[in-house]
Design a protein around this ligand. Structure first.
Ligand SMILES: Cc1ncc(COP(=O)(O)O)c(C=O)c1O
Length: 460
């Protein structure tokens, strides 16, 4: 398969994906033996042979996240425009570290981020950059918040601080914050777990109590993380309340909208993100609900000065600081060499238009509603509450791990199991593909019920 045959592969994937398998049946040894037997790199292999073989491996040996019945962990189907964009990026390989080396790419990213900045209701002067994903965006938020709260943090380090910084989040917040606490040196214990209500949203009373208690104990509260679309259950923390609380307590308000942020485009859903406009910083991933390939996250921060201070850098081997109303991204973000991450979102937005995106997002939200209603009608118990297309459900006697193994074996669907609070594991299904149709949902729910019922008779 040479480059000019790539078009055929794309077209085939589009027409065949729905009828093919979703879950692979392969173990590591089979793949290792295969690779070992074919690729010792001792002599060259024709490019069409290599690409043909690699394409077959990807078609056969992976969970097909772009399948309409993949109800997984926010990995989307991807738009053709974004695939073409990523190919162009690979070909031209622009270096976005400095503005001067890639003016077009830098301005395309800036233009795209400015559009989204306005959608979130953030000020025009907001600093924004593309990241590899949500984890890097969350890391950026913590670094900038610490830099702003403690001017000595950057030069003298944490050991120079009079009090230990603390961050407030719920057990439903993304686990990347645990790694970030470790990496930034504030330590994992600096994360203070705030209680949630029945819908797994942050409990404001408990937040206030914990902050007051920590201040009394000589700690230095810095940041509150509100999640807009938690990973496990799609819960949206009470953003307006958190914003007010943070303002009154002089705390940094970070909104992790890695998945849910795309809902800002939908007239039907955007009210659920009210309060995001008051955030000090926002994480939003293009490689989740904006349906572009990995890795494409975004970090927005209303304090450009703090961003500039946190990531400042100056060396003789980089081009001199670009003058004028532009920034060199290596001085305003975690990364140094930078891929042109933003082109895939730019091309997809340009091609589909805002209305196309609204349609895509609202279609998935409708499929989520249908899934929720259908499982309930079929006797399952829905255990989460969210306006987003993510349904956690169970039924008496269900052993989630075993049930999922049977679901995968029959290629019915891919979904995951999750533990909400201290409850037994339940099934978690998220509509992540714009390809998912009503018929997929109806068929999956019918097949799941058929699979579950014999077990129920046994336990009854
Ligand atoms: C709410 C939330 N934040 C952050 C992340 C991390 O994002 P990434 O995997 O893009 O680094 C995720 C990933 O699922 C997430 O759901």
């Amino acid at each position: 398969m040479a480059f000019d045959q790539l078009q055929g592969v794309v077209a085939r994937l589009e027409s065949n994906i729905a009828s093919g398998p979703i879950v692979p049946t392969v173990g590591p040894q089979e793949i290792r033996d295969y690779l070992g037997s074919r690729y010792d790199f001792s002599k060259p292999v024709a490019l069409d042979e290599v690409t043909d073989d690699v394409e077959r491996m990807m078609r056969t040996w992976q969970v097909q996240v772009t399948h309409p019945r993949y109800f997984g962990l926010f990995n989307p189907s991807v738009t053709l425009a974004s695939v073409i964009a990523d190919t162009l990026v690979a070909m031209y390989n622009p270096q976005l570290a400095a503005w001067r080396t890639s003016p077009a790419a830098n301005e395309i990213e800036r233009h795209t981020l400015a559009w989204l900045t306005a959608k979130f209701g953030l000020p025009a002067a907001t600093s924004a950059s593309f990241t590899t994903g949500g984890a890097e965006a969350n890391l950026s938020a913590v670094i900038v918040a610490l830099t702003r709260a403690f001017p000595e943090y950057g030069e003298a380090g944490l050991r120079s601080l009079a009090a230990s910084p603390t961050i407030y989040l719920t057990h439903e917040a993304h686990y990347s914050f645990n790694k970030i606490a470790h990496m930034t040196g504030i330590g994992r214990r600096a994360l203070r777990t705030v209680a949630t209500d029945r819908d797994l949203r942050m409990d404001l009373g408990d937040l206030a109590r914990r902050v007051a208690e920590d201040r009394r104990d000589g700690l230095a509260p810095v940041m509150v993380v509100g999640t807009a679309g938690t990973t496990a259950a799609g819960a949206i923390d009470p953003l307006p309340d958190l914003a007010r609380f943070c303002r009154s307590e002089e705390l940094w308000f970070h909104v992790d909208a890695a998945w849910g942020g795309a809902a800002i485009l939908s007239p039907r859903l955007r009210a659920h993100l009210a309060g995001i406009d008051a955030a000090d910083s926002v994480t939003c991933d293009a490689h989740k609900w904006f349906s572009v390939p990995m890795g494409a996250g975004m970090f927005f921060c209303r304090h450009p000065d703090a961003v500039g201070e946190a990531f400042r850098a100056q060396t003789s081997y980089m081009p001199g600081k670009t003058a004028g109303p532009v920034v060199d991204p290596y001085t305003t973000s975690v990364q140094w060499s930078r891929r042109f991450i933003g082109l895939k979102l730019f091309c997809a937005l340009a091609h589909h238009g805002e209305s196309g995106y609204v349609e895509m997002i609202e279609h998935q939200a409708r499929m989520g509603d249908l899934l929720r209603e259908s499982v309930q009608r079929a006797g399952w118990r829905v255990v989460n509450r969210t306006p987003l297309p993510l349904v956690c459900f169970t039924r008496d006697g269900l052993v989630a791990t075993e049930f999922l193994a049977a679901l995968y074996e029959r290629q019915i669907a891919w979904m995951s199991e999750v533990r909400l609070g201290d409850q037994a594991p339940v099934l978690r299904a998220c509509v992540t593909s714009f390809r998912t149709q009503e018929s997929d949902i109806e068929w999956v729910v019918r097949e799941m019920s058929r699979l579950a019922e014999p077990e129920l008779k046994v336990t009854a």
